[in-house]
Ligand binder design. Structure first.
Ligand SMILES: Cc1cc2nc3c(=O)[nH]c(=O)nc-3n(C[C@H](O)[C@H](O)[C@H](O)COP(=O)(O)O)c2cc1C
Length: 196
């Protein structure tokens, strides 16, 4: 099949959508960057077909939530070593802890995945000894759904509107690279091939 800019964009969309659903997919845990230069791995929960939304779940107490707030630049980097495809994305991120998106994400989360939001100290909080800050009685078992309710106050979603996507396929001949940019999700993509 001939590679076109449209087919490359479709490949990226398909890869991200699949990765969000498949925990074994190498792009399931991309690296998320913030404007302070910090990076961290996060689980990709959803990628909409128009890439208007990449959804991640996070703890509202973590430093990145304060940094991103209601709007800030966010980058997302994913690599599939088997396909040898790298996706570099930049966009506008926002944190939502209230509202229908956060509510629906919390409702769908299993009790065991809600457990981390029950930690008594939020991410990056100082501890006097090594540990997770999860209450002792929940250290070795999943909480019941009722026990997870206090964690809702700490739960938030990070939503990223992708405005720039760089697709790179490494090959023995050197590779193929394409870039897609837009000013907002409502605008159409500007697309071009680039030297790898
Ligand atoms: C495999 C893996 C998956 C992770 N998934 C998430 C996630 O989905 N959300 C999240 O906030 N942190 C996740 N983390 C933890 C982050 O990498 C990071 O340590 C934490 O969010 C604190 O980041 P911050 O100090 O930049 O706010 C994950 C870490 C690993 C190793």
């Amino acid at each position: 099949m001939e590679l076109t800019l449209d087919s490359v964009l479709a490949d990226a969309v398909n890869r991200l959508a699949t990765a969000a659903k498949d925990r074994r997919h190498p792009m399931h845990t991309p690296v998320v960057g913030t404007a302070d230069g910090d990076l961290r791995i996060m689980v990709l929960r959803e990628a909409t077909p128009d890439l208007a939304t990449l959804r991640f779940h996070t703890d509202l107490r973590s430093p990145k939530c304060g940094l991103i707030g209601s709007g800030a630049p966010v980058s997302v980097l994913a690599y599939d070593p088997e396909a040898r495809i790298q996706l570099r994305m930049r966009g506008e991120g926002r944190i939502e802890s209230q509202g229908p998106i956060a509510d629906a994400a919390w409702e769908r989360a299993t009790a065991s995945s809600r457990r981390c939001y029950l930690a008594e100290i939020g991410p990056s909080g100082l501890l006097e000894a090594a540990g997770s800050a999860i209450p002792d009685h929940l250290l070795h078992r999943a909480p019941t759904i009722d026990e997870t309710f206090p964690g809702r106050a700490n739960f938030a979603v990070l939503l990223v509107e992708v405005r720039s996507l760089d697709w790179l396929h490494l090959t023995h001949e050197g590779g193929i690279r394409a870039r897609f940019t837009r000013t907002s999700a409502a605008a159409s993509w500007q697309q071009t091939w680039l030297a790898p």
